[in-house]
Design a protein around this ligand. Structure first.
Ligand code: SF4
Length: 428
């Protein structure tokens, strides 16, 4: 099999891993026509995705599997052993050459590398490390590297992976041990958590050492992430959000990615009887989970606040912050002149950026001056979405609109849903 064919198979096989946020994009080669679709220089066919580095830069990554040969039979995965698809494997040298070539041509800024479990976990992990090591040493590759940790691989290999990679990820895939047992019977939650713990402990250890010894190398400076498949198993959103909260707390994860389950694993083949019979991937649910996750990471919400005991699923019509506000109308109106940064963050329509700007404007003014300088018009200019915030705030006691009852507000906010809401920079 030639390299182009391998590239096409192994880029397509990596497509369903969301733990590097993916988006097919027409690259320079595609636009200029300098390479034919399917050719080595054709960015879209080669599976270029976009991801965010630890310092918030968006980078384009060549997203590939080392091999799509897999001994496991995860029901939701196109690469499972029982799936009738063409199989291929790279060699480490092929991957190094490809990555360096794409990097030199400026098509990519880094590599995302995962693999099917084609052999013992240590053997597979060693191949991924060998590729990253050769890229850094032989290829003098200074770009971004995201390596998948193969659960079950030894501690020594996990520790070495973080010395070559910027980011590591271990996919948890399903939210409970019961669902793992049913849909991914060869996977073990304890082993997955063990690998996350090892990454976290090593990250901390290197961080501590680097405070006192300048020669200590960085270990996975962009941290670790994971992926959860949404809709392949029956767990509710509350279970998923509680799990994400625990992963952020316990293992210091930078990101949890949510991937809407694609029926028939994207193959168009017959559905696996272990899976639910759904017509289309639950993308709206995935979107709401990302919004809820944003509340955990940047808006100081706890998982229990995002979804309390009475609400197992996120509201599909309004975003989770608006839903919290409607469940807690007693919290409003928030007085913009006095409210803390944390309270401002609770207001629908005020995001992290606009809350910070409000606090900065107030810091430079006495109370009377602040009430004059913070007009509703000024709030709009500071980035507040007044269409949403107007029902929840006062300025020096003045309302734009008094909050109507929760039912009426819900239909107003549902009508505004999606306006100006874009991940990952949206303010809601
Ligand atoms: S281990 Fe499971 S999820 Fe990973 S490639 Fe194999 S079948 Fe797919």
């Amino acid at each position: 099999m030639d390299l182009e064919e391998k590239l096409s198979i192994l880029a397509a096989a990596a497509k369903y891993d969301a733990s590097c946020a993916s988006s097919g994009s027409e690259g320079r080669a595609g636009k200029s026509g300098s390479a034919a679709p399917g050719g080595l220089g054709y960015r879209e066919a080669a599976g270029v995705c976009h991801s965010w580095t630890g310092d918030g830069r968006c980078v384009s990554l060549l997203k590939l599997l080392y091999s799509n040969v897999c001994r496991f039979d995860c029901a939701y995965c196109v690469n499972r052993v029982s799936s009738d698809i063409p199989r291929a494997s790279f060699t480490s040298q092929e991957l190094v050459d490809l990555t360096v070539e794409f990097y030199r041509r400026n098509y990519i800024e880094g590599l995302f590398l995962s693999s099917g479990i084609f052999s013992d976990p240590d053997v597979v992990m060693e191949k991924l490390i060998q590729t990253a090591r050769a890229l850094r040493t032989q290829g003098a590759f200074g770009g971004y590297i995201h390596l998948k940790i193969i659960p079950g691989s030894g501690e020594k290999l996990i520790r070495e992976a973080g010395l070559w990679a910027d980011r590591l990820s271990v996919n948890i895939e399903l939210p409970t041990a019961g669902s793992l047992k049913k849909l991914a019977p060869q996977k073990d939650g304890k082993v997955i958590f063990g690998a996350m713990g090892e990454v976290n402990d090593t990250e901390r250890e290197y961080g501590e050492d680097r405070k006192t010894m300048r020669s200590v190398p960085e270990f996975a400076p962009s941290g670790q992430s994971t992926q959860l498949v949404i809709g392949a198993s029956p767990e509710d959103d509350r279970t998923i959000i509680n799990l994400s909260g625990a992963l952020y707390r316990k293992f210091g994860l930078r990101r949890v990615y949510y991937s809407a389950f694609t029926p028939a694993g994207g193959t168009g083949g017959p559905p696996d009887p272990r899976l639910p019979d759904i017509a289309a991937p639950p993308v709206k649910r995935e979107h709401r989970l990302y919004q809820a996750d944003w509340l955990l990471r940047f808006y100081h919400f706890t998982p229990q606040e995002v979804l309390d005991g009475d609400t197992p699923f996120l509201d599909t019509l309004i975003d989770p912050k608006a839903a919290w506000a409607l469940r807690h109308l007693e919290f409003f109106p928030v007085e913009v002149i006095r409210a803390s940064y944390e309270d401002l963050l609770r207001v629908p329509g005020i995001g992290a950026v606009s809350a910070r700007r409000i606090v900065e404007v107030r810091r430079g003014s006495a109370f009377g001056a602040a009430s004059r300088s913070l007009s509703f018009d000024r709030l709009r200019r500071l980035g507040v979405t007044l269409k949403r915030a107007r029902y929840f705030i006062t300025i020096a006691g003045a309302f734009i609109d008094r909050a109507a009852d929760a039912g009426r507000l819900r239909s107003i906010l549902a009508g505004l849903d999606g306006e100006g809401l874009q991940l990952p920079l949206f303010d809601f």
